[in-house]
Each structure stands twice: as C-alpha cells, then as structure tokens.
Design a protein around this ligand. Sequence first.
Ligand code: HEC
Length: 109
Amino acid sequence: MNTKAIVAAASAILALGVAGQALSKSIELPPDGVQFKASSLPGYAKAQANCVACHSAEYMLYQPPSAPRPYWDAMVKRMKMVFNAPINDADMPEIVDYMVKTFGAEQAK
Ligand code: HEC
C-alpha cells in the first residue's frame, strides 16, 4: 500500500464512523405518551391511576384484541404479584372490566 491508498482507506473508515454516528442520532424512541382511551366505565379512572406508573397505556395496544376477561384478570394480578404494582384488590374487577371492554374481547364492534 502506498501512502495515498492508506490515506484513502483511513478517510473511508472515518466517513463510515461519522455516518454511523449520524444514524444512531436519528433513531426514534417509541412513543411514551399514549393515554388510556376515554370511557364512562368506572375502571377508566382507576386504570389511569394504577396502570401508567411504570409504562404508558401503549402496552395495552399490543395485547391481542381477542383477549378474554380471564386474560386481563391474570394480567392485572401479574402486575401486582410480579412487579409489585400498588393496586387495591377492590379496584381490580373494574380495571379488568375496562381493559376487556376497551382493548380485549368485549370491545363494542
Ligand atoms: C409497578 C410497575 C407496574 C405497574 C403499576 C403496572 N405495570 Fe404493567 N408492566 C410492568 C412491567 C415491569 C412490565 C413488563 C415490561 C416488559 O416486559 O418489558 C409490564 C407489562 C405490561 C403489559 C405487557 C404485557 C406483558 O405481560 O409484558 C401489560 C398489558 C400491562 N403491563 C398492563 C398493566 C395494567 C393493566 C396495569 C394496571 C392494572 C399495569 N400494567 C400496571 C410494570 C407495571
């Protein structure tokens, strides 16, 4: 390799590095501000109070729309048991009701 070739190779590597940096700067983070869908169900306010402390309401959108009531029941309990979410047992049925009717199998068609 002569000097010219080495300089050319070095600047090519440098250009790659700069391009890589530019790329990583343009990566977009997932939306973090997804809100719960408004509803007249009593579980709506309870979901807002209990279910967005650790993640946004966007997580609900990734659940299967065919998910039945027991699925949501298990999900809400899992949040409490596994992740220590401070959810009152008394609030759970209304939260589950809101979830299944808003994101799950009992959605109004
Ligand atoms: C104490 C924190 C906390 C609270 C409060 C909380 N969650 Fe979660 N939730 C998590 C964590 C941690 C995960 C797992 C994230 C991951 O796997 O990337 C999760 C994941 C989820 C998922 C995605 C499916 C899954 O199994 O990973 C759903 C749906 C969900 N939560 C629903 C709820 C609902 C409904 C409530 C309110 C009743 C709630 N969460 C409250 C911590 C919480």
